[in-house]
Ligand binder design. Structure first.
Ligand code: GLN
Length: 494
């Protein structure tokens, strides 16, 4: 493996600035790694020619001492972001052949900052899932394997599974993801990397294929917390094209990583001690709290009383919004069309063939909870509970600065496991969904290994638009944990 591949995003940025390497050299190393790493199925579309041209342009800028925050850095884009002229699939058959005529604001921001595009990363179909097994383009493989034998292929988590696998397996130096209910944080935890979901409104949703519009947020998946700070800074910002994008200045996130959390109050919510939580997750959580205490923070027990309603609330609201958003895929405007005897037949045939099972399940649930007879009982009720969940966080943040929880209730599981039972799969989101409903920022940082040698992450949640605290506490946790284990994939143990 080329040494260049072991550089983090910030290290590579510094090496480029110091002219110790060039973007072309770095990009070629990643193009080689993508080629060698095809077994992970992390990419749906690779764009090596585009990458080479962008790298060349970056090298010219760097030679003149110019360039943006991401200048010359080769990254992957989750295939949910529209990229001009480049196939954009949302991992769905229904978007066959769709090449957008526009670029999503977030990816455009990254290109404006000098980023180099390696390609489009695999995901769960329309970002619905927790294991990256619902993609029309096949499952993504986690670069990690259990140490305890079996050598089973494991899931990378989802829905940003291609992004997490690519960053962990060093097929991209960093990647974009989206998080509706945990899809950045949970795969980051499963793959031993860092993932931050910013506050709702921090990154523009314009040009991101919509799943659940009141929840969807873009964010980076990276190797380190400072990488996350750098890349989030480049992705974020107000966008007049998205009316839910916040008109708030983007702080210098890297500058927030002072390492000093003395006197800060960190909440431990008792409701996250869910039944059946594996002992090793509970132990890791405690260890994380000890690390933060040792760094000078005060650990405070808190209560978020409506936590247990978060998952059912999410699985009403997210499918409701999805059923409405996905109505546009009718065989007329985009991608796949399956002909029929009448217009209605054509719609039905297209949607029957174009959507996978999980997407159909969500459309059915969503349509049901929004139907005239059930709207009040389900959708309206869920909206009310959502407000209570938001209030829980607001109350807690009267006393604490941030909250520490596990990211996911387990380590990565095998491809095929949990697949027979959708409810079991939905339980993966138990710790990530509450902050999504409340629109709050959260980061997952790798802190330890499971008994089977798989990475486990802890989550830090913060106040709205206080990513700086989230990153700062995340940085301290990262430092204290010193997580430096690497996936078997990198040792050639494929
Ligand atoms: N796993 C959750 C779901 O399936 C979250 C997905 C996401 O955040 N995009 O809905």
């Amino acid at each position: 493996m080329s040494d260049l591949l072991s550089l983090s995003l910030t290290e590579a940025r510094d090496a480029l600035k110091a002219k110790k390497t060039s973007s072309t050299e770095l990009t070629e190393a990643y193009i080689g790694a993508m080629e060698a790493g095809k077994s992970l199925n992390a990419f749906i579309t690779e764009t090596p020619d585009k990458a080479r041209a962008m790298a060349k342009a970056s090298d010219e800028k760097l030679a003149r001492g110019e360039g943006g925050a991401m200048e010359g850095l080769p990254i992957g884009i989750k295939d949910l972001f529209c990229t001009e002229g480049v196939l954009t699939t949302a991992a769905s058959h229904i978007l066959d052949g769709f090449k957008p005529e526009y670029e999503s604001t977030v990816s455009q921001n990254l290109w404006n900052a000098g980023g180099v595009m390696l390609g489009k990363l695999n995901l769960d179909e329309f970002a619905m899932g927790s294991a990256n097994i619902t993609s029309h383009y096949g499952p993504v493989e986690n670069p990690w394997r259990r140490s305890g034998g079996g050598n089973q292929k494991l899931v990378p988590g989802g829905s940003s599974g291609g992004s997490a696998a690519a960053v962990s397996g060093r097929l991209a130096i960093a990647a974009t993801g989206t998080d509706t209910g945990g899809s950045i944080r949970q795969p980051a935890s499963f793959c031993g990397i860092v993932g931050i979901k910013p506050t709702y409104g921090r990154c523009s949703r314009w040009g991101v294929v919509a799943f659940a519009s009141s929840l969807d947020q873009a964010g980076p998946l990276t190797r380190t917390v400072s990488d996350a700070a750098l890349m989030l800074g480049a992705m974020a910002g107000h966008d007049p094209k998205d009316s839910t994008s916040a008109n708030i200045a983007v702080p210098d996130f890297e500058a927030a990583l002072t390492g000093d959390i003395r006197g800060m109050k960190i909440g431990i919510p008792k409701e996250y001690q869910v039944d059946g939580m594996p002992e090793e997750i509970a132990a890791l959580w405690k260890k994380g709290a000890d690390m933060l205490r040792d760094a000078g923070a005060e650990i405070v027990d808190i209560s978020l009383p409506h936590t247990k309603y978060a998952l059912p609330t999410y699985y009403i609201i997210a499918p409701a919004e999805a059923s409405s958003n996905l109505a546009r895929y009718d065989g007329v405007r985009y991608g796949l069309r399956v002909d029929g005897d009448s217009l209605i037949d054509m719609y039905e045939n297209t949607r029957a063939e174009g959507f996978g099972e999980e997407v159909k399940r969500r459309i059915l649930i969503g349509t049901y909870v929004l139907s005239a007879g059930y709207y009040d009982a389900y959708y309206l009720k869920a909206q009310k509970v959502r407000a209570l969940i938001q209030k829980d966080f607001n109350d807690a943040y009267q006393t604490v600065d941030a909250i520490l929880t596990p990211t996911a209730p387990s380590a990565a599981f095998a491809i095929g496991e949990n697949q027979d039972d959708p409810i079991k799969m939905y339980l993966n989101d138990v710790f990530t969904v509450p902050a999504s409903l409340a629109g709050l920022p959260g980061i997952s940082v790798p802190v330890g290994l499971s008994g089977d040698g798989l990475p486990l992450g802890l989550q830090i949640l913060g106040k709205a638009f206080d990513e700086e605290t989230v990153l700062k506490v995340g940085g301290v946790l990262e430092q204290a944990a010193g997580f430096d284990a690497l996936p078997g994939f990198l040792a050639g143990g494929k």
